[in-house]
Design a binder for this molecule. Structure first.
Ligand code: AKB
Length: 319
């Protein structure tokens, strides 16, 4: 029987991944942990504990004590925040991964998911339809830590047999928990501001195309990768996955179709340089071939659902 540990369960991905994992493996078999309090349903429906992944002894103790077999380590300082505290962000991102890899090596929790990012690419990478294998010279702290993490994951796989699996997530779009400190966060903020104020001031230029993905697609693909037969996996660093590529102007136009009074202005900040160093679109043919990577949400379907759900959420919050 699988016993699953989710580290960083209160964050944007964790708060949506935990309920889906609990449906598949049983509430009592999915241990949610974070240094922050979780959403209500995560605490109510199964085990939750405050756990700091930076504390190696405690982490190993938790894994061994609860007979954990699989780990999802989602803890990270994202790109925008990392640029404000470069050394601290490097320490946190690397320590969080290295502690988990080592704990997997020293315990029976041999299967490990860790998210990589499109941030592993840099300004010298081909920007359109970026291939799986290509030039990688990231120039952000977050990107450097993600690229180093991919290399360490593959190393632990080859050297110690850890079943390390990873995805280079594009920007993730969700309504349940807002992201914190990323460059692609504009594509979530815009919906909340559209519902609250009918107006959004965007921190990227109108024509900055970036790859994005709706959270349901990201969660389904993460679980599909984790459930795929080992023999099918040709990549033990991290897989490219594409999602949908659009600019802030494209997204604003889609929102305007449903909210004709919505308006947007552009005031690029330091995150523009980060976005300019990342791909505009991604080639994910290897993920499609190896483990059947696929998505269900295009921009139209995603915009409809985001606006609908955020309207309900904000109404509930105000009532
Ligand atoms: C960020 O913007 O930092 C993240 C990412 C693309 O990994 N959303």
């Amino acid at each position: 029987m699988e016993k699953i540990l989710v580290i960083g369960s209160s964050g944007q991905i964790g708060s949506e991944l935990v309920p889906v994992l609990r449906k598949i493996y049983g509430n009592e078999n999915v241990y949610a942990t974070d240094i922050k309090d979780p959403p209500k349903d995560v605490r109510k429906n199964g085990p939750f504990q405050i756990l700091d992944v930076i504390d190696y002894k405690n982490l190993l103790h938790f894994i061994v004590g609860n007979k954990i077999t699989q780990i999802y380590n989602l803890a990270a300082v994202l790109s925008g925040n990392a640029e404000q505290i470069p050394l601290q962000a490097w320490d946190i991102n690397m320590k969080a991964l290295m502690n988990t890899l080592e704990a997997a090596h020293q315990s029976k929790a041999k299967k490990l998911f860790w998210p990589s990012s499109i941030a592993v690419f840099g300004p010298t990478t081909p920007r359109y339809n970026t291939p799986q294998l290509t030039v990688m010279e990231p120039n952000t702290v977050y990107g450097i830590s993600k690229l180093a993490g991919e290399r360490w994951g593959e190393y632990y796989h080859k050297r110690y047999g850890i079943d390390f699996r990873s995805i280079r997530y594009p920007g993730l779009i969700s309504y349940k928990t807002e992201p914190g400190g990323g460059t692609t966060d504009y594509a979530v903020e815009i919906f909340f501001d559209a519902v609250k104020k009918n107006y959004y001031r965007c921190f990227l230029k109108k024509d900055t195309a970036l790859p994005m993905m709706f959270m349901d697609d990201a969660i389904n693909n993460t679980i599909n990768l984790m459930q795929a037969d080992q023999k099918l996996l040709s990549v033990r660093s991290a897989y490219n996955i594409a999602g949908i590529s659009f600019t802030p102007a494209n997204l604003a136009n889609e929102i305007k179709k449903l909210k004709p009074d919505f308006s947007i202005t552009y005031k690029p900040d330091f995150r523009q340089a980060i976005a300019d160093s990342w791909p505009a679109s991604i080639d994910d043919s290897i993920a499609q071939k190896d483990w059947g990577m696929k998505t269900n949400f295009d921009i139209i379907k995603m915009v409809q659902l985001m606006l609908e759900k955020i309207e309900i959420k904000l109404k509930k919050g105000n009532s």
